[in-house]
Design a protein around this ligand. Structure first.
Ligand code: PLP
Length: 396
């Protein structure tokens, strides 16, 4: 016998993964140059040179027993120190090494924080739709409830009135992801200050803190100088879940952290609960090699020129064809409105008739749009344009 909930989760199809697998099969059949795969958010630029060099240097100059050994549960002191210094330097708020708990990417950071904040079967976690599909199993597998709140469907900023109507005495946290997957929108300072004011007011009303969980794997992926405020400076009860998967193109290295700054109410308890939650789900001792490398290059940042060129090309061409695109400000996604609102049918047609793989936004709990991941080659985008044009013409 197996647990039916997990059996169902493990056998349930993922729209994104299925599209990707289909693309691999079709590439073998018709040649990779004839398949236009916008499905996965897998970085297409290499890790920055200092990061590659640091990884090589660690392998060369460090005792292999240490390189391949365990670290402390929440990461090496040296790694925590280097990253804490970098954060303090960048965001004008003192972050101490012990306020960071290193994890295997943002997924493990989120699970640990959600588990730490789930206090009863009534515990509610609010997500702004469209949202990263894994939030649902992350919350439900820990015994809580996910409450889906639609974003403003014109700007994809948070609609504070709608959010307010969904906050209850059981709300433990609001999950925000900016720069956003799948919309590419960055929440403005005005939105975040309004959110902070709302959460302060509601925390007082309900007599307990409503935490903000800042899911930030795309923090550094922004264009045109758009500001990404550091949320703890706006709302003190913020727990930051960070990942190097996208920012340093290291998804396979599985490295990220939870940051619980000193402004969080009950900081010591929260830190202990995060550590305990990580321990209880086996999310401890993230990979040592990449931790040791990060100690040497905590200030490394990506070169976004290739993503930016893709972003500009897609936005310009698609809008000229008559598609309505949400102006992409960050991450490496562009969100496109489907002319007749049927995102699943569009995606299906694009796949079967043109080998064009785009994710229907139903996968993100907000139908009517398509997500295109532009972490692909510039050349693939150019070759895919006739397919987008041909489909658009069918909607005239
Ligand atoms: N959160 C969001 C919004 C994401 O898009 C992703 C990955 O795509 C994750 C979390 C998980 O990231 P990681 O690879 O660091 O576990």
């Amino acid at each position: 016998m197996v647990n039916p909930t997990y059996e169902k989760l493990g056998s349930a199809p993922s729209m994104i993964r299925e599209l990707f697998a289909y693309g691999l099969r079709r590439s073998a059949e018709v040649g990779p140059e004839n398949v236009f795969d916008y499905s996965l958010g897998n970085p297409s630029i290499p890790a920055p040179q200092p990061v590659q060099q640091a990884l090589l240097d660690v392998l060369h100059d460090t005792d292999p027993i240490q390189v391949h050994g365990y670290s402390m549960a929440g990461g090496f002191d040296g790694t925590r120190r280097a990253v804490a210094e970098d954060l303090t330097h960048r965001f004008g708020m003192t972050i101490r090494p012990e306020e960071l708990f290193f994890t295997c990417g943002a997924a493990a950071a989120l699970i640990s924080v959600i588990r730490a904040l789930t206090v009863s079967p009534d515990s509610e976690f609010v997500a702004i739709a469209p949202y990263f599909p894994e939030y649902l199993p992350f919350v439900e597998s820990n015994g809580g409830k996910l409450v889906s709140v639609p974003a403003d469907l014109d700007t994809f900023q948070i609609s504070l009135d709608i959010l307010e109507a969904h906050l209850t005495s059981h709300t433990q946290a609001v999950l925000v992801n900016s720069p956003n997957n799948p919309t590419g929108v960055v929440y403005s300072r005005q939105t975040l200050e309004g959110l902070a004011e709302l959460l302060r007011r509601k925390s007082t009303q309900f007599g307990h803190p409503i935490y903000l969980i800042a899911d930030e794997p795309y923090r550094e992926l922004v264009y045109d100088g758009v500001e990404v405020p550091f949320l703890p400076t706006i709302y003190p009860n913020t727990l930051v879940c960070y990942s190097y998967s996208k920012s340093l193109s290291l998804p396979g290295e599985r490295i990220g952290y939870v940051c619980v700054p000193s402004c969080v109410e009950g900081q010591a308890d929260v830190l202990h609960a995060v550590a305990g939650a990580a321990r209880s789900s086996g999310h401890v001792c993230p990979p040592t090699l990449v931790q040791l490398a990060l100690q040497r290059c905590a200030d490394a940042r990506p070169d976004l020129a290739a993503y930016d060129a893709n972003r500009r090309l897609l936005y310009r061409e698609l809008t000229q064809m008559g598609y309505e695109c949400i102006p992409p400000q960050g991450a490496f996604y562009i969100f496109v409105r489907v002319p007749d609102g049927d995102d699943v049918a569009f995606s299906q047609r694009a796949k079967l008739e043109h080998d064009l793989l785009v994710v229907p936004s139903t996968a993100f709990h907000c139908p009517g749009f398509l997500r295109l991941s532009y972490c692909v080659s510039h050349d693939m985008i150019l070759r895919s344009l006739p397919a987008f044009r041909a489909i658009r013409e069918k909607y005239q």
